[in-house]
Design a protein around this ligand. Structure first.
Ligand SMILES: Nc1ncnc2c1ncn2[C@@H]1O[C@H](COP(=O)(O)OP(=O)(O)OP(=O)(O)O)[C@@H](O)[C@H]1O
Ligand SMILES: [Mg+2]
Length: 328
């Protein structure tokens, strides 16, 4: 088996946050000891509530900011320092797509010019070749060259996100970080854009880190899913298996709130307690105040992410402390 394209080892990022004018600075552990690998051509879905550290993980993986601790390797090499020539070469192979396509585009320029921009910046091909490539990219995202002459304001939300995708693909990247790429779109358009992303991924052998709080969308696109809670991964494993048999009480609650397509939500688990506050992360297992099954140990000891059979890893004293499911 070939080596993974992306290897993330125990990365952490803490921010200082001040509350009120004279408030004391609190440390927000946005990302705390996150490790994951993404195999070539695969999609890792990253899910979790708002503030769980998904976007920060995406930025650290892309090297947009350095982790306080830990390391990221891309295609077997360490992420190079920001701004160097080596970083620019590495960065041309990775792209990021955000939630808001209008914010990512310049309203004053025709979209074809914006798709062409990365080719100009990286000096790829002759001017005529770049024009051909822009037309090819527009077709790849199921638009026409006529759309290229339009300005962002004259396109629909779904069309704008296709333009952002076309621009991201211009330099033929291997790796895309998609941060809530369809969350701002109409539900009916979301599936179209996700299907397009799936098709392009297969055609171009793209590797994806797909960030979303929407399990329905993540289920559609991911091979592997990682669930984050207040900066830590609490469960990770193959998508189908994880959605069919979630082990962590938090994943169980998320999955029960988002039934599989065509299935009714049977016995939805409602999370009790306050929603998580990243600036005041509970000791022990950060989920314990909301966990319906918490025991005394959960309040004092952080559970380690441990293998429980198959490729599943879970950070929960109740799961890893008991006999593991496939171990017998
Ligand atoms: N640049 C920053 N400065 C200070 N705090 C930050 C910064 N970036 C993120 N944080 C904090 O880190 C925590 C994690 O934020 P992050 O944006 O990664 O979460 P998220 O899972 O992407 O949430 P959402 O679903 O709302 O996008 C939050 O508490 C956030 O306020
Ligand atoms: Mg985010």
């Amino acid at each position: 088996m070939s080596s993974p394209l992306v290897e993330v080892s125990a990365i952490s990022r803490t921010y200082a946050m001040r509350s009120g004018m004279f408030g004391r600075a609190a440390a927000v552990h946005a990302v705390d000891g996150v490790s994951l690998t993404i195999a070539r051509g695969q999609t890792l879905g990253l899910v979790g509530e708002s503030g769980s550290g998904k976007s920060t993980t995406g930025r650290l993986v892309l090297g947009l900011e350095p982790p306080d601790r830990g390391a990221v390797r891309f295609d077997g090499k360490p992420m190079t320092a920001l701004g160097t020539t080596a970083w620019r070469a590495q960065r041309a192979r990775m792209q990021m797509i955000f939630q808001d396509p209008l914010g990512a585009l310049d309203r004053r320029l025709p979209v074809a010019t914006q798709i062409r921009e990365p080719l100009d910046i990286h000096g790829i091909g002759t001017p005529a070749m770049r024009d051909d490539r822009v037309r090819e990219l527009l077709r790849a995202v199921e638009l026409t060259p006529a759309h290229g002459a339009r300005y962002p304001g004259a396109l629909s939300g779904g069309q704008r996100q296709r333009i952002v995708l076309a621009r991201a693909l211009a330099t033929k990247p291997d790796f895309l970080v998609c941060d809530e790429p369809v969350s701002a779109l109409d539900v009916s358009i979301q599936a179209q854009v996700v299907n397009l992303l799936c098709d392009l991924q297969a055609q171009l052998s793209l590797t994806l880190l797909f960030i979303s709080h929407d399990l329905r969308v993540v289920r559609q696109i991911s091979n592997v899913v990682a669930v984050m809670y207040l900066g830590r991964i609490v469960e990770i494993g193959s998508a189908d298996d994880l959605f069919a048999r979630p082990e962590h009480p938090y994943t169980q609650a998320l999955v029960s709130a988002s039934p599989a397509p065509g299935r009714r939500s049977a016995g939805r688990i409602v999370l009790s307690g306050d929603p998580p506050n990243p600036a005041a992360r509970p000791a022990g297992c950060a989920f314990h105040p909301r966990c319906p099954r918490a025991i005394a140990r959960c309040a004092s000891e952080v559970p380690a992410l441990s293998a429980v059979g198959g490729d599943r890893q879970v950070a929960c004293h109740l799961v890893t402390g008991a006999a593991t499911r496939d171990a017998a």
